[in-house]
Design a protein around this ligand. Sequence first.
Ligand code: NDP
Length: 330
Amino acid sequence: GQTILLNNRPEGTPNLGNFKFEEQSVGDPQEGELLVKSKYVSVDPYLRGRMNDTKSYVPPFEVGKPLTSGIIAEVIESKHPDYKAGDYVSKVMPWKTLQVITTEDLHKVDASKAPLSAYLGILGMTGLTAYTGLTEIGKPKENETLLVSGAAGAVGSIVGQIGKLLGLRVVGIAGSDEKINMLKQNFNFDAGINYKTTDDLTAAIKEHCPEGVDIYFDNVGGEISDAVLYHINKYARIINCGAIAVYNETTIPKSLSVQPFLIKNSALMQGFIVSNYASKFEEAIAQLAEWLKQEKLVYTETIVEGFENIPQAFLDLFDGKNKGKMIIKI
Ligand code: NDP
């Protein structure tokens, strides 16, 4: 089978040279193991951080070793009593077309309940991030204003819809007019701001959030977030979910001094890692699946075909080429 290794560590913006394809032989599964074939591979902005040799909440990738991410795979051969050939399973696995895995942290996925790719998005880490971040830190109350950055992406598009289901006014920030239309037409957002064409982001936020911002679900960080902080309300809650705008920076970017806005509004800004909320996952998935069944939630995916296109699909996240969840179909 084929595998994709970290060839070298990126400096700044990553490129295709950071990845290396290799042919590897695949052994036979031993007792308790499974031979699986990758079907859908998730690429996620946080993988960028793992390409650096710095300590974080997940260890860095090693040069010369495969990168890993959430993968939905088909069981080809099983040496475990709970699994059989033809089952679909999910976990964080190395980028390989074929591999032998253990059943540790493995989940079965039910292809009859939802399309397989949904288990990497709305019924996977994406949905859990949106739901737990918004409810556990955002603590939404009806009629409040929720502002979402990275709004047309995987997490952001779900956050906004959940906000609407919970009775909030929802405004999104994203990087193209097409995405802004999608937010309003497909995802029920009340308003959207294209940060690439807006001259004055602070003025645009004021215009679209006339009552101020009670909850800011932040997927991007950087200057967009600085602008938002001008408009937060008293007791605002800020969910620091992601900072894709600065993941490729090699120096710590200069930022406005935003602390005064936090102080004068008694605001809460909290860093968020989805795995901290594991005790809520069952409830979250049940609720998301229910809303999906009732068609109260919809989702969009950008599906790229071919194992060989995984690195490019990952790089494209930083150019905003995706709408909704970026997924590679093998
Ligand atoms: P997305 O589907 O949102 O893809 C990334 C999007 O970010 C792009 O489509 C692009 O949209 C936008 N973007 C890229 N560069 C910039 C930039 N410089 N400034 C502003 N926007 C930019 O990814 P996910 O939904 O998977 O993840 C969203 C965020 O949430 C990421 O920051 C990620 O790291 C974080 N995350 C955190 C988790 C946690 O546990 N803390 C779990 C999961 C995700 P556009 O066209 O609008 O620019």
